[in-house]
Design a binder for this molecule. Sequence first.
Ligand SMILES: *Cc1c(COP(=O)(O)O)cnc(C)c1O
Length: 382
Amino acid sequence: MKKKGFKTRSIHEGELKDSVYKGAISPIYLGTVYDYLGDEQMKYPRYFNTPNQLSLSKKIASLENCENGLLFSSGIAAIFSTMFSFIKSGDHVVFQSSLYGGTINMIFNEFKKFKIDYTLVESLDPIEYQKAIKQNTKMIYVETPSNPLLEIIDLKQIADIAKKNKLISMVDNTFASPVNQTPSDLGIDLIVHSATKYLGGHSDILAGVVVSNEKRIKKIIDSSINYGGNISELSTWLLERSIKTLQIRVKTQNKNAHKIAKFLEKSSYVKNVNYPGLKSHPSHELAKKQMKGFGGMLSFVLKDEQHVNLFPKFLKIIKPVGSLGGIESTITCPAETSHAKVSREKRIKYGISDGLLRFSVGIEDYQDLEDDLNQAFRKIWK
Ligand SMILES: *Cc1c(COP(=O)(O)O)cnc(C)c1O
C-alpha cells in the first residue's frame, strides 16, 4: 500500500476507533487497571501497552519513518531510559559536547556513580568522533541542531562511523522535529525527542518519545518498565491532538524564524546570529543537505551583553520563558535557564556566552514579532 503523506499520517495514523459512539477522534482511556485474562500481558500504563500509548507511538514512529516508538513522562526520561537500556557500567559513550543543558547535567552528575565512562567531543567534525572511540565504546550520541547554538553535525557520517565500529547511534531530534529532519533515513538507530517542545507545541504538556526498529524498542521496553518514567494517559491524548497540526505549525515557524534571523543579522543591536538557514552559518550547506527546513529556533548575542536580562523585560509579545517549541514566541537566556546548572567556566568554553539569547519563534504574524523586537531594542539603546 502506498505510504500516505505526512499530514495525513499526522492526523490518521494509529488513531483509535470510537466503536461505541462513533466520534471522529480517538477516545481517551484513563484506565490504569485492565482485565488480565486472555491477554499475553495485562495492560498497565507502566508496561507501555495501554490503548492511547500504543496508538500514539505508532503515529510518531510513522512520522519519523521508523517501525515503532515509546512514550515517556519527559524528554529526559526518554533519553536516559533509552540510553540505559543499551549501556552498563564499564561501557564508554561518545557525546557531542554542545548538548541540551539537562542532558549534560545528567552526564556530569550521574554517570560516575554508575561507572559509565564518556568522552565529550568539542568538535563537529565526524573524524573526531571516530578518534574518540575506545575498546569499550557502545554508543555515539549527538544533537542537531544543537541547543542553544544551533550547531549542525553530519548525521549520515555519524551513522556510518557507528555502523563501521558496531556501535549504536542516537540523536536528539527535538529542535528539528520530524517535519524538518528524519534521522532514520540517514541510518541513525535511536531517535529521541522532548515532546514537551515541538511535538506538544502548545507549552502545556511534559513528554518524551523514542523511535527505532521493533527489536530495539522491545529492548527499551524491557528495561524501561523497571525505570518507570511513563507518560500519563491525559498527556498522551493531548500529544496526539497536538501532532495533528505539527506540520502546519512547524512550517510557519520555519518561515518566521528565517525572516527573524535575517532581520537580526542586519540589526546594529546584535553581535551575531546563529541560524542554520543563514548563509553565514558555518554548516549552512550541510543543513541544506540533511534538513527539509531550518527550524523555528535561533540564538543571538546582544551587542551589549550586560543587557541580556533587561532586553526581554521590554518585549510585549515575545515571552521570556524557559522552554521552546510552542506556538507562541518565547525567548530565554541559556546562561540563566537551560545551562544555569553548568558552571560558567564550562558554559563559556562551550560557546554559551552571558549575552546569548535563545529565541523560539512562534506562529504569530511576522511583522508583529519584528516590531516587538524593534521597540525593545530602541528602549534599551535610546
Ligand atoms: C527540553 C529538551 C530536552 C529535555 O526534555 P524534557 O521534556 O524537558 O525532559 C532534551 N533535549 C532537548 C534538545 C530539549 O530542548
